[in-house]
Write a protein that binds this ligand. Sequence first.
Ligand SMILES: Nc1nc2c(ncn2[C@@H]2O[C@H](COP(=O)(O)OP(=O)(O)OP(=O)(O)O)[C@@H](O)[C@H]2O)c(=O)[nH]1
Ligand SMILES: [Mg+2]
Ligand SMILES: [Zn+2]
Length: 336
Amino acid sequence: MTPPDDTPPEKTLEALGWRPWFAEQVTPEEAGLCLPVRVMAVHRGKIAVAGAGFRCFVSPYIPGAGPMDDHPTVGDWLLVDRATMLPVRVLGRQNLFKRRAPGDPRKEQMIAANVDTLFITASCNQDFSVARLERYLVLAREVGVAPVVVLTKTDLTDTPETFAAAARAIEPGLRVETVDGRNPASVARLASWCGKGETVALLGSSGVGKSTLVNTLRGSDSIATQAIRAADGTGRHTTTVREMHRLDQGGWLLDTPGMRELQLADAAAGISEVFDDFILAAQDCRFSNCAHGVEPGCAVRAAIAEGTLSAERFERWRKLANEERDNAAHPAKPRR
Ligand SMILES: Nc1nc2c(ncn2[C@@H]2O[C@H](COP(=O)(O)OP(=O)(O)OP(=O)(O)O)[C@@H](O)[C@H]2O)c(=O)[nH]1
Ligand SMILES: [Mg+2]
Ligand SMILES: [Zn+2]
């Protein structure tokens, strides 16, 4: 098999993002028998891993492991047997991004693990959607990873500030950066999140320019990118593998395939955080189980009528909350 990457391997685990949190989980016996490796990419039937001083492919299947969550995903730390190089177990994660599998909402799909920062990527064109950004933000809040909204393609619009303002309005203090993803000077400020051993995941729709950002930040064009469809501004699903890419300054960018839809799994806490203004207002509704429809004494409706809460945001909150309620009633089964 060809090596996963032709750049020299990292010399230390710290350079790969190893932290005391992971080290503390390794028993003295495991330390003798096993090597820790980080999952760099997930391919069909094999995963690319990197350890101190080497890279190789190993099997993604762990003999005897239970449900999906016990199996490795990109960003994971994995113990492999020194003698056989077979995976032994996934170390406990600092965080795990999951969603409902597209086309099969009863199944969950792991997206990435052990992420320090999430770049929620969208472009300043007709494909821009506040509702979609909110979904990704709910996911970031649920998982507990710091989000940065990265709006690309500023060079293609006369009004990048309009897009940025719409994104900033989603949550007070939300970090929003506007960039021309193909221009190194423009993306340079994103590098501040990508220090040594830091992991930044890029999520967003196909064609928004995730791989372009990775290429520009790395000063390379090694990752394939592809023009979007002129008719509707959507992408062509160019990236098919979830993969970590190293920056010269020592950080890791986790590029992912564009998502058609982000169906959230277990997102109640994330929704409450992103829509905390509605949660707060609802505390003054007369009935504790108020659905904010036609009930008398609804404080949410009153706030919308007064103009203190936005009617559009209310609809988006309701949609996510209803989805979450349906999901909770039909829990997704961890895939075996
Ligand atoms: N003008 C302009 N074009 C950009 C910018 N960012 C990306 N593009 C172009 O947009 C197209 C799609 O970019 P990709 O990087 O392939 O998008 P992606 O998000 O990785 O897409 P998937 O891999 O399908 O998820 C390419 O033709 C890029 O050159 C930008 O900031 N400005
Ligand atoms: Mg891509
Ligand atoms: Zn109400």
